[in-house]
Every structure is written in C-alpha cells, then in structure tokens.
Design a protein around this ligand. Structure first.
Ligand code: ADP
Ligand code: MG
Length: 687
C-alpha cells in the first residue's frame, strides 16, 4: 500500500465539489507567470510552495501573504523557491500556487483520518499555524449526526470566539455546521482517502473559506474482513466437570497451582497427567480419553508444543470448551502464530471453543471455579472483571481481598484466538450475578463490532473500561497532521463514550465507578445535585469538587428553604450545600430528607456527607439514608468520612449497593466521570 499527498490545488478541487468554499488559484512555474496570475486574479494574493515533500509550507518559508502588486509577485516567486530549496534541498518542487487572499477570519481546523480499530474519525478545533500548541480539538467517529456536529463545535474551549466574545459579533455557525457535514460526506464517499486536514478554514460573520487543504490518499483500500462469530452457549461457563491437563504434584509447576485453586470446585475434577495415577489426593488419568464420564471444560497447562495433540484429544472426547493457560503462541512471533493457528484449526474441526491461549483462564467465585494460579481466590460478588493482562488480574484479585470487593466473574482473555472480548461481554451481560462490568483493554481489533456489542450491553449493565496506552511515546506521531493532534487513545475514549462505556484511568477508579453504578438506579437522570452535610468544611469542599467535576449544584427554591426553616436552627446557611451543622441529629437529617423527597423534580442526585461525632452514629445516618433512598427515585450518594468509627454505617449502605467512598473528592470525581459519559460534561476529573 503506497500513500501519496495530493497537492493543495487538487485538494481545493475536491473540496469545491463538496460545496466547501476555496479561493481561486493558478499554478505557476516562473516569476513572470506569477506576476501575470496576480494581476489577473486581482491583488492582494497569497503565494505558496508546491512540493509533496514539504508538509508544513510555512515552516519552509514557503508561504507569502499580502502580495499587493505584479512586482511583489515576481519577487515572492524567487523568495519562495529559494527558501524551499534551503529548507529541503532534496524536495521536488512542482511550482508555486498563486491564490486569492481570503479575508481575515477565525482560523479553524477540520481533519480526518482512518483509525486502525474504529475506522473513519473526524476532528475539529482551533486551527492556524499554532494548532499543535493549542491542542483545542475534539473528535467523533463517523457517521455523525447534525446534533453531534453541533456538539463538537460547542465543546471546544474556543467556542466563545465563534459565539461572539467581548463585543465581537457571532460567527456563521450554520455555515460551519454545513461545511463539517460536507466534509464528513467527502470523507465517507472517498474510501481511498486515509487522512486529510483543512487548516485553516476561515470562519466569518457570514460564510467561510478553506485556505489550505492537505489530503493523503492510498492506492489500495483495505477492507478488514469481519470475523464469523458463533455464539458461546451460557452453560459453557457453568461446567459441572473440569479436567486439568498437565495437573502436577510439583508445587513449582503451573499445573500444580491450577489444580490447587480448583480443589474447591464442587463439581467433578479430573487431574490428567501422563506419568502419575494420583495428584493432590485425586485419582489422575493418563489422557483425557480415559475419563469415562463427560468433561465440560478442560484446562490445559502442558508445554506449547504438546497443545495441538492435547486439543485434538479434547475434541475427540467431545469437550465443548478448553482453556489454554500455556504461553508461547502468537505473542512470541511467527512460529508461535503458526502453532496457534494449528490449534485453532484442530479445535474448530471438533466444534471445541478456546479461551486463551496465554491466559489465566476464568474465576467464577459464586460457582467455586478458579482455573488460574492466583495466590488466593477472590470472594463472590457482583462485579465482572475482564482483562487483557494476567498480571493485572493477579494484582486486582489480591487487592480485592483486602478491600472486601467480590466478583461474579474474573476473565483473562489472553490471545483471544477464539473467544474474545465480545463473547465475554455477551456472557456477563446474561449472567444474573453480574451487576457491573470492568474491562482492562490494551487493544481491540474490530472496533466497530466492539462498539455495537458494548453499546447493547451497556444498556442493561454499567460497563467501565481502563485503556492502556494514553502516552504519546511510542505512538509514532506522523510528520504533520491531525494524526498527531488526536492519538488513537482519544479515539478509544470517544468510542467508549459513544457506546455508553465509562472510561477511567486507574484500577481504583474503575472499582469505585463499578460500585457506584452497581446500584439498581444506576445513572442520575440529569446533572442537578443537592448536598446535605453536617460538616461545614466539607460543604465548601463539596461546592469546589462539584464545580470541578461538572456537577451542577442547584439553588434551593424559596419554598424548599421555607420548609427547611421550619425545623433547622435559625442560622443555617439557607443554601445548597445544605449545612445541617455539627450538632445535627438523626432527626434533623430525617426531616431534611423528607423535604427533599417531597420535591423530587428539582434535583437528580443527592450527596450526603457525614463525619464522625457524638450526636450521630454512622449507623443512625446510614439508616436515614436507606430510608430516604426508598422514598425517592433519584440517586443518593453517601460519603461517610472518617476512620473505622464509620464502618458500621458504611457496611449497611454497601449491603444496599450504596457505596461510601473514603475521600470526598472521589465521590464527586466518580460521578463527574459518569456524567461525562452520559451528558458529555466537560470535567478534567481523571479517575
Ligand atoms: P501550512 O502548510 O504552513 O499550513 P497554509 O497554506 O496553511 O500553510 O498557510 C499558512 C497560513 O497562511 C494560514 O494559516 C493562513 O493564515 C494564511 N493563508 C494561507 N492561504 C491563504 C489565503 N489564500 N488567504 C489568506 N490567508 C492565507
Ligand atoms: Mg495550513
């Protein structure tokens, strides 16, 4: 596949076809012709170098604006050619473009590129020669609706410059919407275009003009073929009998650890070892075919080279699914890839499904299944964790024990030779024990199908994702263009948001979000909040955090203030956050909650912040919160601050899926992230 850049003139010609205004131009090869062209077009004109090797023309001294005469055009020609030659002596120079000078206007950028996972992506933002410096851009995955185009325009930081800022007149937003729409159509209809940018597009009070166009095309169009998907029946994840092939008595071997973690499995467990007849107290079989009863799942830990024959035996035995823990496949390069392909072929021949290879397998705590070699099995709970990294599973499981977090499923996807993220998502979607899903993702191959599936799953269960690879390092920034403005990580973030996935940056954040969203009420209806606290200091901090994370604290209507006045001390703050003061008792909280429950339409969520003191136990506060939660459809979020003295209350709330975070900032930050997904609030809150 070879790529080539079109000249600015060719770019203009295509844009014009899509009703995007561009300046009139002529291409010249000498100074005389330049002078003639300037005269014909009418000064002032702009002259620019034409060379496929010079991407940033200004950097090469290849752009001269404000050329006001024939004579100036003559001089400009020589100057441009000389500068370009000095900048890059190797560059092939195709001439100079002489174009009409557009009126000054607000300089914007519209760009596009083809993302390897998610396909065509469009970017929009502040343009001009300082775009890399400003980095004020936003992106969408095509196709986009008019509404999304408007959102893009509204969400850049510089939007006030479009809407009209400090006395300057508003600019032509309608034309801008239409131009972005046309650009999207241009990108969608031309599959050979791999990347382009229009920088700048000048936007006026009326109309606009594109004064630079860089389009990169490819001579071959790569269309990735879609993987044929065969659904995995639910019961494959609920085996009644498990065989461990490569089970071992030697505690330094993988086959030992896997057996060890499966000893608690309440179904049938069959160790298979070609040398021994007893392993960890159980009768062992030399091959899987020796087992007389059916085997629902085989866990394979033998060396890579033996895996094909073992899978063949499993297939012959009619084992519906195997987990290949063994590494040394695709991740090891060409040879490993060939071995993996062979294994996949063999399994396919028998209709046997594969988890892995190069994975830890699965942990289903509610069913006593643990095919991994984690140090200690996690507790049952309602979170499903699907991970592309085995090390992260080990860490998270260990950490969950200390944090008292339980799982419905822990799945290590490995090389995804057969079952992949999408199969696991479909499974946990149907699994009744799962109330929230966390994914650790390194890379997704078929981004479009991923978006389709995850969007459906996210409708019924919250999905949270941590994506690694946000750093620019290693993401080879291509020489110019929009590509370096928004890396592939940003595309993932947009894909997540569009599909209803909450993106987070830390494991702690992922679990906090999962805990918050595992509640049956899940999302608040909107972003309007009230805060009820007995701690003045935290009332102020609440206002700070809410503002920072895009949560709107409402003004209390006079009617509500009047009702609160009935029983609150005269000197209460009469505002939101509602400060019930340090001596607030259970009764005072209860009455306040009653008032709020009577006015459910003015708020969407209530943050209740309590601190340890002698007039109110954590248990009393938790009881009142639970009672309040029963009386309202709106979301309640509790933060019982302090140390162990608040534990009783925290546990009571947790039992009813109302998590209490340790740190007030986390509470607002998590909700801010949820709102980012739902309402696109602009919050810097990394979680
Ligand atoms: P570069 O390759 O450096 O991006 P451009 O073609 O964008 O070169 O030109 C650099 C700057 O010159 C633009 O950002 C714009 O401000 C100005 N410019 C270029 N062409 C015109 C034009 N036809 N009319 C007015 N200004 C122009
Ligand atoms: Mg430019």
């Amino acid at each position: 596949m070879t790529q080539k850049m079109l000249s600015e003139a060719e770019g203009y010609d295509i844009l014009r076809k899509y009703d995007i205004p561009v300046p009139e131009y002529r291409i010249v090869k000498n100074g005389e012709d330049a002078a003639l062209a300037a005269e014909k077009m009418g000064c002032p004109v702009v002259m620019k170098i034409m060379s496929l090797q010079i991407v940033h023309k200004s950097d090469a001294g290849g752009v001269i604006v404000g050329i006001g005469s024939r004579k100036a055009a003559l001089g400009a020609f020589t100057k441009i050619i000389d500068s370009a030659k000095a900048y890059n002596p190797e560059a092939d120079i195709d001439g100079v473009i002489v174009e009409q000078q557009a009126e000054p206007g607000l300089e914007l950028i519209i760009g596009g590129r083809t993302d390897p996972a998610f396909g065509k992506v469009i970017t929009f933002g502040m343009g001009g020669t300082m775009v890399e410096l400003m980095k004020d851009v936003t992106l969408r995955i095509l196709p986009v609706t008019d509404e999304e185009i408007r959102q893009m325009i509204h969400e850049i930081n510089a939007y006030p410059l479009i809407a009209g800022y400090r006395g300057s007149k508003p600019r032509d937003e309608e034309t801008l919407v239409q131009i972005i729409k046309n650009v999207c159509r241009f990108f969608e209809e031309n599959d050979q275009i791999v990347e382009f940018d229009i920088n700048p597009l000048r936007l006026y009070e009326s109309g606009a003009c594109a004064v630079d166009a860089r389009v990169i095309i490819s001579d071959s169009v790569v269309t990735s073929e879609k993987k044929v998907r065969i659904p995995v029946p639910m019961e494959y994840f609920t085996p009644r009998s498990i065989a461990v092939i490569g089970a071992s008595q030697d505690s330094t071997k993988m086959g030992y650890a896997v057996m060890h973690n499966l000893l608690h499995f309440p179904g049938q467990l069959y160790p298979v070892n070609n040398k021994r007849s007893e392993i960890q107290g159980l009768k062992a079989y030399h091959t899987i075919t020796e087992i007389q009863a059916p085997v629902d799942l085989a866990v394979i830990t033998v060396p890579a080279i033996q895996v094909p024959s073992v899978v063949e035996e499993c297939g012959a035995k009619g084992v519906p699914m195997v987990i290949i823990i063994t590494a040394g496949f695709k991740e090891m390069g060409e040879q490993g890839k060939a071995l993996e392909d062979r294994v996949v072929e063999i399994a396919k021949g028998h209709g046997t499904r594969i988890i892995g290879p190069n994975c830890l397998g699965i942990i289903v705590p509610p069913r006593g299944i643990d095919t991994t070699y984690v140090h200690q099995s996690p507790k049952p709970g309602n979170i499903a964790f699907i991970s592309q990294s085995g090390a992260i599973i080990n860490t998270v499981v260990d950490w969950s024990l200390a944090k008292n977090i339980g799982f419905s499923n822990v799945i290590s996807v490995g090389n995804q030779s057969d079952l992949d993220f999408l199969d696991y998502l479909r499974y946990v979607e149907k699994d009744p024990k799962t109330k929230a899903i966390i994914m650790y993702i390194e890379q997704i191959n078929d981004g479009r199908t991923f978006m389709e599936v995850v969007s459906e799953v996210a409708k019924t269960k919250p999905v949270i994702a941590i994506k690694s690879g946000s750093s620019r390092r290693g993401q080879a920034a291509s020489a110019s263009h929009t590509g370096s403005l928004s890396g592939s990580y940003d595309v993932y973030m947009e894909a997540f948001r569009k599909s209803g996935v909450i993106a987070v940056h830390t494991l702690t954040g992922a679990f906090l979000a999962a805990q918050m969203l595992a509640h049956p009420k899940r999302y608040p209806r909107g972003k309007r909040a009230v805060v009820i606290t007995n701690a003045g200091g935290f009332a102020v901090l609440s206002s700070d955090y809410a503002e920072r994370y895009g949560i709107e604290l409402i003004d209390l209507p006079a009617e509500v203030v009047d009702e609160l006045n009935e029983f609150l001390p005269d000197f209460w703050n009469k505002g939101n956050p509602i400060d019930l003061l340090g001596d607030a008792t259970e009764k005072r909280f209860e009455k306040t909650f009653e008032v709020l429950a009577k006015h459910p339409d003015i708020w969407d969520m209530a943050f209740i912040v309590g601190f340890p003191n002698l007039v109110l136990t954590s248990e009393q506060l938790a009881k009142r919160i639970l009672h309040f939660s029963e009386r309202t459809e709106n979301r309640l979020i509790a933060t019982l601050l302090g140390g162990d003295s608040m534990n009783v209350g925290r546990e009571m709330l947790k039992e009813h899926s109302i998590p209490s975070f340790d740190e007030l900032d986390f509470t607002y930050r998590v909700m801010g992230r949820v709102l980012w997904q739902k309402f696109r609030v602009k919050a810097p809150g990394l979680l």
